[in-house]
Each structure stands twice: as structure tokens, then as C-alpha cells.
Design a protein around this ligand. Structure first.
Ligand SMILES: [Cu+2]
Length: 119
């Protein structure tokens, strides 16, 4: 009885594995679709935007996270977006709906600059 129950419990495993393998695949396909609206992340670490240049498809929401102990902002040079002052671990998100190159800086430390390239 016990042996039979174990054998049966093992049966669905290949099915589960196949499902686990297939599901992330279909999700990443959807992420590549411009209309689905993906996400991307810029980290602020040690007075640097990481990565300094980020290339994303149109429709991507970019989230900046301040990992510094010092307050920072992210401000577009052409006024497309402007965050409030972000304290440690605070975030700011902006959805890029138009192609273009968006330069930005930290208004507290204007030497901190970065770029979002939207294609
Ligand atoms: Cu700053």
C-alpha cells in the first residue's frame, strides 16, 4: 500500500516540471512585446546611477531606487519627469511611452547623470 502510494505520488512530477519550464518561457515572450509594458530598474548607489545608460522598449516603466544613505532625486533635463527627494530605499517610477533619449540628473548632486534610451 505504502509503496504503491509513493509510486503514484511520483507520477505527476514530469508534468509539473514541464509546466514550470513552459510557463516562464511564455512570460518572457510577453515581456518582449512592446504593448505589454515591461519594467526596468535603475539603482542609485554611491552617487552613481546604475546603469548610467539604460536602453528599454517603448512602454517600459523604469523604477529608480535610492540605495544610498544620502537623499537623491532623478530629474529629466527636458522636463519629462521629476522625482521628489528619495531617501534611502525610496523609489520613483516613470513610464516611457515615447521613443527618444532622456538625459537626467540628480538635482541635489548635479554631477550625477544618467540616460534612458527608449526605442
Ligand atoms: Cu544625488
Amino acid at each position: 500500500m505504502t509503496r504503491k502510494a509513493l509510486w503514484m505520488a511520483g507520477l505527476p512530477a514530469p508534468v509539473l516540471i514541464a509546466m514550470l519550464l513552459l510557463l516562464p518561457g511564455s512570460r518572457s515572450l510577453a515581456a518582449n512585446d512592446e504593448s505589454s509594458g515591461g519594467t526596468a530598474v535603475v539603482k542609485i548607489d554611491n552617487f552613481v546611477f546604475v546603469p548610467q545608460t539604460l536602453t528599454v522598449p517603448v512602454g517600459t516603466t523604469v523604477t529608480w531606487t535610492n540605495s544610498d544613505d544620502i537623499p537623491h532625486t532623478t530629474v529629466s533635463t527636458d522636463g519629462a519627469f521629476k522625482s521628489k527627494v528619495m531617501d534611502t530605499d525610496e523609489k520613483f517610477s516613470f513610464k516611457f511611452t515615447k521613443a527618444g533619449t532622456y538625459s537626467y540628473y540628480c538635482s541635489v548632486h548635479p554631477k550625477m547623470t544618467g540616460k534612458i534610451v527608449v526605442q
